[in-house]
Design a protein. Structure first.
Lengths: 160, 390
């Protein structure tokens, strides 16, 4: 049940216990127990909402920043990653293989705020060697969901 | 022109679905639960292979029986999933959908006047194809109390000395019924005793929700007398690609290939290349879709239970087949009123044979959101009928 449950709520976290029980063909109490366990084990880390901010009046600028760092003795990349992810405006931090080390997603109200963050906060950290900032111009698809795509059902209404 | 057209064709009854289709198409804002094809798009990697084949200029006929690579993959697949071994060079024919395989399979087997046993409710093509092949259709009316499975007794009582072929349509459209191994073993004894052929239409094999699908061809003594029909439409959401296949003894495939060669030449080349990809790398897609269908199936069964509507639990395809006899209306009357009053289209069960009278075919090849709205309306409609004292 665990895999199927996770697949279901990854797509729609608003499904209630009763509904989940019906869809999975199990008892409500089993779903509740499994969810509690998943939360406790840290498998489920939160229930978020996917928002297309472009459709609102709220200004948001998102940047992807490639960061090259010097790993620190005994702590590898963890310490510097923590220094960066502690800033609330940082949305995500990934350790990456390839030409650079950390990929940081940053969300701010304006381009200027992003520039300030990079020049004042990020670049000045001791172990940061270099940064490259990419601004996101348009989000087509996020978390497996395509924005702005409402497909009509093109099938014949009745078929044998 | 004054000369009459083919009498045999003119005498064919038009599909019962057609009439209903015309009415539903007129109604613009109706929700339909009437389709017999998946709502999923063909997985992208499969479409991509089709596109790639076009880019490479693979636009010629293939061999009559189909691409060798595809026939090999079909054999790998049947061995992997159902433990049946076929020779890709002699025992496989790639067809234009499962439908073509039904047609030419019957034509390859039948001599005029021989009987074809057709259990109903079932897919609308078997009877006309049998008639056009010169056969006399013998209908078995499957029963709700047997969960619409074919029993040994029913089969036995339909067999005469003219019986040539049994059509075995499981998992079943429209009922969603399946035949489990034990059910198949019981009928296979009678089939062998009476020396008849089986046309096993397993197009919904991958959509089985109780254990794994068993093919009758995998039972002892059955492979040599069975035409196994399957295809890509339902399992891989590839209806528009028009691709299916038949597997059978060399002697049968040889004759079927002759008809195929003269009537069709070969199945669409682009589709064949895409299908190779489907069989090679599509198992996960099938699993994902099956899981989604199963969730919807459970949702509908639960909705009917809550309404107190009589419905056996189907374990195959993507249909449920609730009974509406309590309302004292025919299937068509019920479906018409439901359409007019609640704007939901379902298919009357009798479109699939007389024994479907008193039932509705409801397809769950729709998103859960869609099904929820439809079931709210269904509930409202049923309650209104009950309150009005019918």
């Amino acid at each position: 049940m665990r895999d199927e449950l996770l697949n279901l709520i990854e797509k729609n976290s608003r499904l209630g216990l009763k509904e989940l029980a019906v869809l999975l063909g199990v008892n409500e109490i089993d779903v509740a127990n499994e969810l509690a366990k998943l939360e406790q084990e840290g498998v489920i880390c939160g229930y978020h909402t996917l928002i297309n901010w472009d459709k609102t009046d709220i200004e948001k600028v998102t940047a992807l920043i490639e960061v090259k760092v010097t790993p620190q003795r005994g702590q590898g990349f963890d310490k510097i990653a923590e220094r960066i992810y502690n800033y609330p405006e940082v949305k995500s931090v990934y350790l990456i293989s390839g030409g650079f080390d950390l990929l940081v997603t940053l969300e701010e109200k304006s381009l200027k705020e992003i520039a300030n963050f990079v020049s004042d906060k990020l670049s000045t950290l001791d172990s940061v060697l270099s940064t490259a900032t990419h601004f996101i111009l348009k989000k087509y698809k996020d978390h497996g969901t395509v924005f702005d795509k409402k497909r009509e059902d093109e099938r014949e209404v009745i078929s044998p | 022109m004054t000369k009459p057209l083919s009498k045999a064709v003119e005498e064919l009854k038009p599909s019962g679905i057609r009439k209903f289709f015309d009415i539903v198409s007129e109604m613009k804002d109706a929700i339909s639960l009437g389709v017999g094809e998946p709502d999923f798009d063909t997985p992208w990697h499969i479409r991509d292979e089709g596109i790639f084949a076009l880019e490479k200029g693979k636009t010629f006929y293939t061999s009559n029986a189909g691409l060798k690579e595809l026939r090999e993959e079909i054999c790998n697949y049947l061995k992997r999933r159902q433990g049946i071994e076929y020779n890709p060079l002699k025992e496989v024919l790639v067809t234009v959908g499962g439908s073509e395989a039904i047609d030419i399979g019957l034509r390859a087997l039948i001599n005029p006047g021989e009987e074809v046993i057709i259990p109903q409710p079932s897919y609308v093509s078997y009877e006309p194809c049998a008639v056009l092949a010169g056969a006399k259709p013998v209908i078995i009316n499957l029963k709700a109390e047997n969960e619409f499975r074919l029993t040994a007794e029913e089969l036995k009582s339909a067999i005469t000395d003219k019986t040539k072929v049994l059509i075995l349509p499981f998992p079943n459209n429209p009922t969603g019924a399946i035949m489990e191994r034990k059910d198949l073993e019981e009928i296979s004894r009678i089939i062998i005793e009476n020396d008849i052929y089986v046309m096993s239409d397993e197009i919904y094999a991958e959509l089985t929700y109780k254990g794994e699908h068993t093919s009758i061809a995998s039972l002892e003594g059955m492979k040599e007398r069975t035409i196994l029909i399957n295809g890509f439409s339902k399992a891989y959401a590839m209806t528009g690609w028009r691709l299916g296949y038949a597997c059978a003894a060399e002697s049968i495939i040889k004759q079927m290939t002759k008809i195929h060669q003269f009537a069709i030449m070969c199945a669409p080349t682009t589709s064949q290349y895409a299908a190779v990809e489907a069989l090679k790398n599509g198992d996960e897609d099938v699993k994902t879709m099956r899981q989604a269908y199963n969730q919807r199936r459970r949702f509908l069964m639960n909705a009917f239970r809550e309404m107190g509507l009589d419905c056996f639990e189907p374990y195959g395809a993507f249909y449920v087949f609730p009974c509406i006899k309590e309302f004292g209306m025919t299937s068509e009357e019920f479906a018409m009123r439901f359409l007019e009053e609640e704007k939901v289209a379902v298919v009357p069960g009798n479109a699939f044979g007389e024994s479907g009278e008193g039932f509705l075919r409801i397809s769950y090849a729709y998103s859960l959101e869609n099904l929820k709205v439809a079931m709210d309306r269904f509930k409202r409609f049923v309650e209104r009928l009950r309150n009005s004292g019918i």
